[in-house]
Design a protein around this ligand. Structure first.
Ligand SMILES: *[C@@H]1O[C@H](CO)[C@@H](O)[C@H](O)[C@H]1NC(C)=O
Length: 246
């Protein structure tokens, strides 16, 4: 519509002109009209695209807000100190994590990135407070390890949220200590459906194993060669170093 209004003055002008002048001018005018038209068209197209893009962004945001559950993502960093045999001074290792805490579903999803210096694997840890299970997904090996939720290591969702809020606004001092736990693979789980929908989704398509604490298997025959991974994470005001051996 705008385009018609833009080019009509030229069209109306033409018949009133002398034939000679018109003939002389035609070439240049056509050329000028052509460039002006294409510039206008180009601008309109850009404007249109900008509108469409803006619409898509606003629309997308609305759809996201209405259809996605309201997950809150928290990010936190902690350092811990550990007594060293030779050096008296404690050393600090920052552990940063992202946590998606869903109180409605009673689950917490903790993302542990690759640490700068430590032999810890990146992981995605899911705590299901209804099923009372924890699933460690080792992102490097793409394997899942499931164990009973230990409530003395993992805070309840509400408290976990407070912890991460405190870490984010700096009211919580992110310097803490390390607790080690030693877990051993006991069996492969073939039927993931018994683990509840959230761990099912979390571990789907990955080899999944059940874990036991090492002190629970004392007396059992120990394998001569063990393959171990370590995941450093926090779901409390201390950092847990989870060693998982196969
Ligand atoms: C929970 O973790 C703590 C610290 O590692 C440990 O002392 C305790 O035995 C664990 N509890 C269960 C039930 O596994």
């Amino acid at each position: 519509m705008v385009k018609i209004a833009f080019s009509s003055p030229f069209a109306a002008k033409k018949p009133s002109k002398d034939v000679e002048a018109l003939v002389a001018e035609t070439d240049t005018e056509v050329a000028a009209q052509g460039t002006e038209n294409s510039t206008g068209r180009c601008l309109l197209t850009l404007l249109g695209l900008a509108f469409i893009l803006a619409g898509l962004i606003v629309g997308g945001a609305c759809i996201y807000k209405y259809f996605m559950p309201r997950h809150k993502l928290y990010e936190g960093v902690m350092s811990y100190s550990e007594q060293h045999d030779l050096v008296e001074e404690p050393y600090y290792l920052p552990v940063s994590e992202e946590a998606d805490i869903r109180e409605d579903d009673n689950i917490a999803l903790i993302t542990v990135p690759v640490p700068n210096f430590a032999e810890s694997d990146p992981a995605a840890i899911l705590h299901d407070f209804d099923k009372l299970l924890t699933a460690y997904l080792d992102l490097q090996l793409q394997k899942c390890y499931v164990i009973d939720l230990n409530t003395s290591i993992v805070m309840l969702p509400r408290n976990l949220m407070d912890l991460f809020i405190g870490l984010a606004d700096g009211s919580f001092l992110p310097q803490t200590y390390l607790v080690r736990e030693d877990l051993v693979v006991s069996e492969k789980i073939d039927d993931l459906s018994e683990l509840g929908i959230f761990i099912y989704q979390h571990c789907f398509g990955r080899e999944t194993y059940r874990l036991v604490r090492r002190e629970q298997i004392i007396g059992l025959q120990k394998r001569s060669v063990e393959n171990c991974i370590t995941i450093n994470h926090f779901e409390n005001d201390f950092v847990t170093s989870t060693r998982i051996c196969t």
